[in-house]
Design a protein around this ligand. Structure first.
Ligand code: FES
Length: 361
């Protein structure tokens, strides 16, 4: 289904997520990368990314998020940053920090890097390393004073779930001590490896209830000092999130092999074809790619969503989640209380952990 093939969309993407590689020194239990990752030999070359950044800027993209995997695994990272800045993009890097020396960071900043996001897995070192599947916690802590020496905006991302939510208060204290510009408290979302580990990672109702006043107190305490954003645990919500700001409305994701996608999990939906930046201009992909048009607008929506006033707020929720939970990508997102499958979530929330940890490969 495509409701826009002959009419270019009136909205433009303002952010581009560039998964420059799927290689990563971390093996996080909650990684949202696909289970079938792109191999190194399939990765786009430097000149492909340079072209993509130029096309993105012409299309109206403002923010570039360099991510992966671990972007530091790319030897040409400084060249990519230079190219993105020359195209006029604001450059953020989402990194594990593993392997980021002061010398290398200086080169990245000199190349034009403007923002860096570092995620932490726990306050407790043994647990943090267990969740990350490698000894990274101490390295991350040691990196922070180094990066504070550079003119870089800095976000700390705390990834929370059943295994660490009881330590949220001290986890936030750790983040405050690191003195970031922004603090994100993000509940795990169940895609990729996180979906495999869902029963281990799903917080209990009690944990969620206890966490809400802790986050609120931090929000008040940090007002004017550190900007705090907290993502509510999706499976505990009554209404779905406006996933990626609406399908094909605000952002594009390019995977390491050049496939252009409307979101990071879109490959789970059967039958979608992803056009490749090796063959098509980004402007063409944005307006004409069948994958971007598949759930754009409201023509695909079931009647309940179509007649709901919230459709302008959540744009029908998350299509990948609807598919993963119901087997139907056109179904009402089960997070929504109006979904006949909403009770699925009640079952998942109250289930005991039933799998052993499966680390990202
Ligand atoms: Fe694909 Fe939400 S992750 S639409």
């Amino acid at each position: 289904m495509s409701n826009l093939d002959s009419n270019p969309p009136s909205f433009k993407p303002f952010s581009l997520i560039a998964e420059v590689t799927h290689r990563c020194p971390l093996h996080c239990l909650y990684c949202s990368n696909p289970l079938e990752m792109q191999r190194t030999e399939k990765e786009l070359a430097t000149e492909d990314w340079v072209r993509v950044f130029q096309q993105a800027a012409r299309l109206g993209v403002l923010h570039l998020h360099l991510t992966g995997g671990e972007p530091l695994a790319r030897k040409d990272l400084p060249d990519l940053i230079v190219a993105a800045r020359q195209a006029g993009l604001y450059v953020n890097m989402i990194t594990s920090g593993v392997g980021l020396t002061e010398e290398r960071l200086a080169l990245l900043v000199q190349s034009g890097l403007e923002h860096l996001q570092l995620s932490f897995q726990d306050i407790d070192e043994a647990s943090a390393n267990h969740i990350a599947g490698t000894r990274a916690h101490a390295l991350k802590l040691a990196l922070v004073p180094v990066l504070k020496r550079f003119p870089l905006a800095f976000t700390v991302n705390l990834v929370v779930h059943r295994m660490n939510l009881d330590r949220l208060e001290s986890f936030i204290t750790l983040a405050e001590e690191l003195n970031p510009d922004r603090l994100e408290i993000a509940h795990v979302q169940y895609y990729g490896w996180a979906l495999k580990n869902r029963s281990l990672l799903m917080p209990t109702q009690e944990q969620v209830d206890r966490s809400i006043p802790i986050v609120e107190a931090a929000r008040q305490r940090l007002k004017g000092k550190i900007h705090l954003e907290a993502v509510f645990p999706d499976y505990y919500a009554s209404f779905p999130k406006a996933c990626v700001g609406g399908w094909g409305r605000q952002m594009m994701l390019i995977d390491p092999a050049g496939q252009a996608m409307p979101c990071h999990a879109a490959a789970v939906i059967p039958g979608l074809h992803f056009d490749n930046v090796r063959e098509h201009d980004l402007a063409w992909i944005w307006s004409s790619s069948s994958a971007f048009n598949r759930f754009r607008g409201d023509a695909w929506m079931p009647e309940t969503c179509l007649s709901c006033a919230r459709k302008e707020k959540d744009f029908g929720g998350c299509r990948c989640q609807a598919y993963l939970l119901t087997g139907d990508a056109e179904a009402i997102d089960p997070v929504c209380g109006y979904s006949p499958q909403h009770r699925l979530l009640q079952h998942l929330r109250s289930s005991a952990p039933e799998v052993l940890p499966i680390w990202r490969q």
